[in-house]
Design a binder for this molecule. Sequence first.
Ligand code: KG4
Ligand code: ZN
Length: 348
Amino acid sequence: MNDPLILGVESSCDETGVAFVRGNTLLGDVVASSVDQHARFGGVVPEVASRAHLEALLPTIKRACAEAGHSLRDVDAIAVTSGPGLAGALMVGVASAKALAWALDKPLYGVNHLAAHVCADVLDHGPLPEPTAALLVSGGHTNLLLVRDIASDVVELGGTIDDAAGEAFDKVARVLELPYPGGPHIERAAEDGDPNAIRFPRGLTSRKDLERHRFDYSFSGLKTAVVRWVQERQAAGEPVPVADVAASFNEAVADVLTRKAIDACQEYGVGDLQIGGGVTANRRLRAMAQERCDAAGISLRVPRVRLCTDNGAMVAALGSQMVQRGLEPSSLDLPADSSMPVSQTKAS
Ligand code: KG4
Ligand code: ZN
């Protein structure tokens, strides 16, 4: 017998994502992004994002149905991002998923966006080894997680105490007069630079900070250090070596992200590390994670870039895990919970 067919809906930030998953197989995956509408503001504008979801949702569902070769009537269960994310943006997806669940008379699962990011990898590499450690790095999140059961038992080991890693890329890009979103532009500029040219700070790595924040991250000090370094050059009337600044900044971020992730694996005796989120597209981060995992005897799982950024596939994948494990669906009055903790994988 076929596994149940799950429809996944994602709308927590600036991507409207709709996808179909059966078991661990992705059947159709469509993403409409409003990133271009935010570019001139240098960051996501919540009201613009909500409106864009409203306009994109129905056409995206239609395209996903066409791509999967399924109609909504074939759906066995619906999964939607319940949180965390932007309240107005989440509300569009949650309200639409409720309407579909009610009209089709199918169970609805409100799922956690962070757990869904981790679950995306199931679509590329099969069932997740459990326990596994997961590092999530995007414009909105930077979290180190211990996943004991992807559907029901995820523990946050640490997270950023200020900016997310992707946010730091975006802010430093602005200082270097590179376009938004900054990550890919910094990466390109860094190709011609020397990663050891400037020793930028690694946040929360001093012995004292490690006592309280061993698995937490901080990028605002790094951002300030870059700003100051650039301003000093400009004040002295010297040219700014953009490639060296970009490479040294990229190196500092990759170093601290991977160092703490490996430390977490060793502390918790976990042999597998999974990384995800938009910043995972960064080649230096991937290479450093691979080198350090190899040296520590940890196996690294990284989904393809399309599955690292926000999408409906990861939401459907987590819904599918919940259905496979026989978890109760959420109630039809489940909330759009902008600060849903990762320990809560499913809305009640
Ligand atoms: O996961 P994502 O698409 O959206 C959310 O934030 O949820 O991540 C976008 C973030 C942006 O901050 C962008 O600058 C960063 O990921 N990013 C990168 C790269 N590509 C995207 N950062 C570093 N290197 C990249 N190649
Ligand atoms: Zn995300």
